[in-house]
Design a protein around this ligand. Structure first.
Ligand SMILES: [Zn+2]
Length: 97
């Protein structure tokens, strides 16, 4: 599920992971801890045993996690899946009033 990615160490604890968007070619970087990188690599190599990415990176935004899973950047993600969720609910409430 998680594709191979490039990364470099910022310091002893922090790693910057680079992913390239398959749709537009935009390079996205996401900072994770070294332990989180290990968990991500383990999950990529052991899809049945590894943790889910939302459990590895609970504090990252959904778009950051999506970059690591599929590489798709937030811009392309938004255009593939236009407005849904919270904003739609707000619109509906306004319509009812
Ligand atoms: Zn993109």
């Amino acid at each position: 599920m998680i594709r191979p990615f490039e990364y470099e160490y910022l310091d002893d604890h922090t790693v910057v992971v680079y992913t390239t968007c398959p749709s537009c070619g935009h390079v996205n970087c996401t900072e994770v801890s070294r332990e989180q990188l290990w968990e991500l690599e383990f999950a990529a190599e052991n899809p049945m045993k590894g943790k889910l990415i939302q459990n590895i990176l609970p504090d990252h935004s959904p778009s950051d996690r999506e970059c690591l899973v599929s590489g798709v950047c937030s811009t392309c993600w938004d255009s593939m899946f236009p407005k849904h969720g919270v904003e739609d609910e707000d619109d509906r409430e306004e319509d009812e009033e």
